[in-house]
Design a protein around this ligand. Structure first.
Ligand code: ADP
Ligand code: MG
Length: 721
């Protein structure tokens, strides 16, 4: 083994699990202690103010102008009691990460001649960070780069402890001087409101009075943990979060022994500490397990309102990254860190709930007679059908390009899976059959073994190849990438469903005239919506070639790469609903696309340059060294050595030629002009060329002697911890 790899392995083998900081035995004791939650509010604010904050949080109340003045002193006292020294508006610019700029509470006190801790309503409500270095997609020129953050009172204020210092974080939106959104939260908040309005109207037309409807989200977060010692030796993991080269390990995930397997002690210690941090921040993480690929894991929370769930997912990713380092790991959130084994996604479980907490996608015991369920489901399916391009574009990124359509993750064709029971119900509605004859009562799984209970059977089965699957009482938008901010895809989904519900309401109004009952009008409307969107429903294997052919016949879009999906999305017919519903302005949408294209190109540029350096500084030198030793043996046994020399020399030539070509292709990419063209060259030329270079490098890796290969191998990174 090469010396540097040997040193890394030795160091890792000497590691014991790190004892988690502040281990907990009873979660309810610490849950939310670092948030200004209801308990803290009750201690520092009057009862009517607590009630007002609650209404804002659940979407039924408005933030009145004077509220900040009433709450700010309570927040300050609470924060100081926790040992907080600084505050920050915590926001989500379009970098894919969160941003914070801390200010201390101190201010001069003329009376005492020293400083005192102060926090004003103005500071709570608004701040003006220098926005010039955040991506704006050309909406602002740098010289007039004024950006404002504004308090989002619907998401809990929290305290982050970092390096022994505590900061009060105020969840905020980020907008430009002229009011355009520069972040991902603003659109999400608009989409939530738009969905609520549309759903309330639709339910009202069906005779049901509710005051608001919220979107609910529970996102399953997948990630990899790789030991830091290996990452330090791999410039690609360090700089890009994925391996740009590396020969496959003979054992990967074939034995299917990793999924739900016993969690390695060092990993479990890390998970436990991350969970503790998250509990304190009020993030209700509930599930943890090993995922399919070696070194891959998952965490999932109890679902929450979309806006809070989006904030909490950002916190989850941040906490995972930080805590992993303390445990000697690097947490890889990239969609495809390793070739040949599964990549990571973020399954967004999505539904809607009324003010009474009723789930609008709950079929109940008899889905065929649950008219509300049928109506909502039909509206959702029609939304997915009509706005498949937007949904595909919403999950487009350099990382997800490796996943979608790669026969392990949902395909790049958007379709919806319903399960056999519901398919029967929906087909019966379409054909106008007598629904009273349908029986979809839950049946029981009978084991016929006395010691085992009979289990109620779910009305849906599973299909892991579907990008948008109905799973019992919610949809699982499975195609979202593991590193992505969920706000954008969730905004698009909310807005699409809002539009569809509005259309449903209009048609229902018409159908009600002359109908025998509201129920029969609802069925007639659902029938129309189901027929219209029939082509989006697919129950089979989404990975199969037959499906691709079938989807083409059905006229569904297959948008394989990011630039292609974003350019299709830019056509008015594919995004008009977002503008009409007020979720984005046309200018904001153009900026969003512009930024995403730029990010795509920048990420690929960094990857290409990193690959080039690794090849020239590590791979080629290892090959040359081997060539040297082969040259020395040549005189001894000539034909054997000559064949080997030719093979190695051939690969080295390919590598050098590939790197040289990469330089010229990169130059061409940068000179291509507008961002769409630049991204196009990266997708069409740079990415395939990187693949070719990698192939030569991986071939070389399998022939170069172990002691000469300096880069940690797949088997080491995936299996040693
Ligand atoms: P899976 O079996 O799909 O891996 P998990 O238990 O890992 O399921 O995750 C399911 C997620 O779905 C959880 O985060 C859960 O809270 C969430 N969920 C359940 N019901 C709803 C709902 N009505 N709306 C949104 N999310 C939901
Ligand atoms: Mg899961």
């Amino acid at each position: 083994m090469h010396k540097s790899r040997r040193e890394a392995v030795t160091a890792i083998q000497g590691k014991a699990p790190v004892t988690p900081l502040n281990p907990v035995t009873k979660v309810s004791d610490i849950f939310g202690v670092q948030t200004f939650n209801e308990k803290a509010q009750k201690q520092y604010l009057s009862a009517d103010v607590v009630d007002k904050l609650k209404k804002i949080a659940n979407g039924s109340g408005k933030l009145e102008a004077d509220l900040a003045g009433v709450v700010v002193e309570g927040i300050r006292k609470w924060a100081i009691s926790l040992g907080v020294t600084h505050f920050t508006h915590w926001f989500q610019p379009m970098t894919g990460l969160t941003a914070e700029k801390h200010d201390s509470f101190i201010s001069h006190d003329p009376d005492s001649g020293t400083v005192i801790e102060k926090f004003s309503a103005g500071q709570l409500i608004q701040s003006e960070p220098d926005a010039s270095s955040f991506p704006s997609g050309g909406m602002r020129s740098t010289f007039e780069a004024r950006g404002y953050t504004a308090w989002d009172a619907s998401s809990p204020i929290f305290v982050v402890e970092n390096g022994g210092s505590k900061t009060l974080c105020i969840p905020s939106v980020f907008v430009s001087y002229t009011g355009e959104s520069l972040d991902t939260k603003t659109a999400l908040l608009h989409s939530v409101e738009s969905l609520s309005t549309a759903a309330v109207e639709m339910l009202g037309e069906m005779g049901e009075k509710v005051s608001y409807v919220s979107a609910t989200i529970g996102c399953e977060q997948e990630y990899f943990l790789v030991d830091r010692h290996f990452v330090d030796l791999r410039p690609d993991l360090l700089l890009t979060g994925r391996t740009l080269l590396g020969a496959e390990s003979p054992k990967g995930q074939q034995l299917e022994d990793q999924y739900f397997g016993s969690i390695p002690p060092r990993v479990q210690a890390c998970m436990a500490e991350a969970e503790t941090e998250l509990y304190k921040l009020g993030v209700p993480v509930k599930t943890r397990h090993n995922e399919v690929a070696p070194g891959q894991y998952e965490t999932a929370p109890i679902f929450e309102d979309a806006n809070v769930a989006a904030d909490h997912n950002m916190l989850t990713m941040e906490v995972l990254r930080k805590v992993a380092l303390r445990h000697g790991f690097v947490c890889l959130l990239h969609e495809k860190p390793f070739a040949g084994v599964n990549g990571s996604g973020k399954h967004n479980n999505w539904s809607m709930a009324t003010d009474k907490g009723e789930n609008l996608l709950e079929p109940g015991k008899t889905p065929h007679s649950n008219f509300r369920f049928i109506a909502v489901l039909s509206a959702v399916l029609a939304a997915v059908h009509k706005n498949q391009v937007a949904l595909r574009a919403a999950i487009a990124s350099h990382g997800n390009d490796h996943r979608l359509g790669a026969n392990e993750a949902p395909p790049a064709i958007i379709s919806a899976f319903m399960g056999s029971t519901l398919t029967q119900v929906l087909e019966a509605i379409e054909s106008g059959a007598d629904l009273s004859k349908q029986s979809a009562e839950k049946s029981l799984i009978q084991f016929g073994i006395n010691r085992l209970p009979a289990l109620p059977k779910d009305t849906t089965d599973r299909n892991r190849t579907s990008p948008f699957a109905f799973t019992g009482n919610k949809f699982e938008f499975r195609a979202v990438g593991s590193s992505q901010q969920i706000s954008f895809p969730v905004s698009v989904l909310n807005a699409a469903v809002a539009e569809s519900m509005k259309e449903f309401t209009e048609l229902l109004k018409k159908n009600k005239q002359g109908a025998v009952s509201t129920d029969s009008a609802v069925l007639a409307t659902a029938k129309e919506f189901l027929t219209r969107s029939k082509t989006i429903r697919f129950e089979g294997n989404g990975y199969s070639e037959e499906w691709k052919a079938e989807a083409r016949k059905r006229g569904l879009h297959e948008l394989l790469k990011t630039p292609e999906s974003l350019s299709t999305f830019l056509k008015k017919e594919h995004h008009a609903f977002l503008v009409k519903s007020g979720v984005y302005t046309e200018a904001e949408l153009e900026a969003v696309v512009h930024i995403r294209l730029e990010q795509y190109a920048k990420h690929l540029d960094i990857e290409a340059k990193t690959l080039q350096r690794m090849i020239e500084q590590a791979v080629i030198p290892a090959g040359e060294q081997y060539l040297g030793t082969l040259g020395a043996t040549k005189t001894a046994s000539s034909s054997y050595a000559t064949a080997k020399i030719e093979k190695v020399a051939g690969l080295l030539t390919q590598l050098q030629t590939g790197c040289d070509k990469l330089t010229s292709v990169l130059d061409r990419a940068h000179e291509a002009g507008d961002p769409m063209k630049v991204a196009g060259v990266f997708a069409e030329e740079v990415a395939p060329l990187m693949g070719t270079i990698r192939k030569a490098s991986d071939a070389l890796e399998t022939v170069v002697p172990d002691e000469l290969w300096p880069l940690p191998r797949y088997r080491e990174m995936l299996f040693i911890r």
